[in-house]
Unconditional design. Structure first.
Length: 412
């Protein structure tokens, strides 16, 4: 795994760096544009801000695809065999981008990467507040019914585009991608805001006062319990960073690479064929409801489930090596920042305003390139066995036949 990561780094670092810088530049420009129009009306900024996260996802997809040819086990699985067809480059991008939006945005919000976007958004809004007079600054605090309405409308339009995608021109997929980004971004932002206020809300409710007071009394009477509670909380937080974050990135990689694999054009496997046969015997109305509810579910979470199965079968040594390597790379980025700042030495505040962004960009670029190489190598390592290839083939059959029941629904 580590050897593969180093080989990928040595051969592909220019392409990886170019994709990262392209995504970073596009994100910065889009956030500035969102802040500019957000100063006129909050809803306009909210409609543009999700695109900044979307271009980040597109840049990471480009990074993962740029090194696909350097992954030996993936290339072995990627060979087109009899009864299979390789998706076109355009279809790869379209399917990967749509399928990766929800998991990537979940990762973006869960680990608070969106915090940096919000800081840049409000900072840019302040800098542009008096650009055309008026002095109004964009805000996200006033969103309420407007946010819910935006989520519902964007989700409904996205579902309609997916439902009638076969009758629409290809360029409609770009609109579907944008609508997917909007409803996911706004929904996750609202949910995160609500969850942050839940503890304070519960503490202020009279019906929960007994529990709050009882917990406080327990902590005060048992000092060791308070210490143990802090240790457990710290360990859970570290576990999320050391285990959850690298596994989430591995799931993103699986979505990217799964979209590039050949799709079966022949009969489905036995298990899939049985499921399809049982599905065809259900009433028409039940099949329509089922397809409506599950529309896009396979595309979004099928690769993630596949990644979990591959990781589980890769063994504790490979998984532990990957988690340790990811932690080392992440920590190395923090230490690199400290070393650079020490080498630059003391300067006045104005100088640091100009230099700190360049330092952070350089460290982030190095860290991101190393992480992508390691994540791709870990995914490739999980494909080394024949059992992994069989799982890939079965998953491909399932995805290929997923649309068949919908296409074959009778009209009466």
């Amino acid at each position: 795994m580590l050897f593969t990561a180093l080989r990928v780094l040595a051969r592909c670092w220019p392409a990886l760096l170019a994709w990262f810088l392209l995504g970073w530049t596009a994100r910065a420009l889009i956030i500035r544009l969102a802040a500019f129009v957000g100063n006129a009306d909050d809803i306009y900024g909210l409609l543009i801000l999700p695109v900044a996260v979307l271009v980040q996802l597109a840049a990471y997809i480009g990074m993962f695809l740029a090194i696909r040819r350097e992954l030996p086990h993936l290339n072995r699985v990627d060979d087109v065999e009899t009864g299979e067809a390789a998706p076109s480059a355009t279809r790869r991008w379209r399917e990967t981008l749509l399928a990766g939006i929800l998991p990537f945005f979940l990762l973006y919000v869960a680990w608070n990467f969106i915090y940096d976007d919000m800081i840049d958004y409000f900072s840019s809004a302040l800098n542009q507040a008096d650009l055309f007079g008026g002095g109004r600054v964009a805000s996200l605090a006033s969103f309420g019914v407007m946010s819910v309405t935006l989520v519902v409308v964007a989700f409904a339009l996205r579902w309609l585009l997916g439902r009638f995608s076969t009758r629409l021109p290809r360029w409609s997929s770009a609109i579907a991608t944008y609508l997917e980004a909007v409803w996911v971004f706004v929904a996750l932002t609202v949910i995160q805001t609500l969850l942050v206020g839940v503890p304070a809300w519960l503490a202020s409710r009279r019906m929960f006062a007994w529990a709050v007071d009882g917990w406080a009394s327990l902590v005060d009477s048992l000092p060791w319990f308070a210490s143990a509670n802090e240790i457990v909380g710290w360990m859970l937080g570290q576990a999320g960073t050391l285990i959850g974050l690298p596994l989430a990135w591995l799931a993103i990689a699986s979505i990217v690479y799964f979209a590039t694999l050949p799709r079966s054009t022949g009969p489905a496997s036995g298990a899939v064929a049985k499921v399809s046969e049982r599905w065809s015997r259900m009433p028409v109305w039940a099949r329509r409801i089922g397809m409506t509810v599950s529309s896009g579910l396979v595309d979004r979470w099928g690769p993630v489930t596949l990644a979990a199965r591959l990781i589980w079968r890769s063994g504790p040594i490979a998984l532990g090596t990957y988690l340790l390597g990811f932690a080392v790379v992440t920590a190395a980025g923090e230490w690199l920042s400290l070393v650079v700042y020490r080498l630059l030495g003391p300067h006045d505040t104005g100088w640091w305003f100009g230099a700190s962004d360049a330092v952070q960009l350089g460290v982030a670029a190095i860290t991101a390139v190393l992480q992508v190489c390691l994540v791709a190598a870990a995914f490739d390592q999980a494909l080394r066995s024949d059992e992994a290839e069989r799982l890939i083939d079965e998953a491909g059959d399932a995805v290929s036949s997923a649309a068949a029941p919908a296409a074959d629904l009778p009209t009466s």
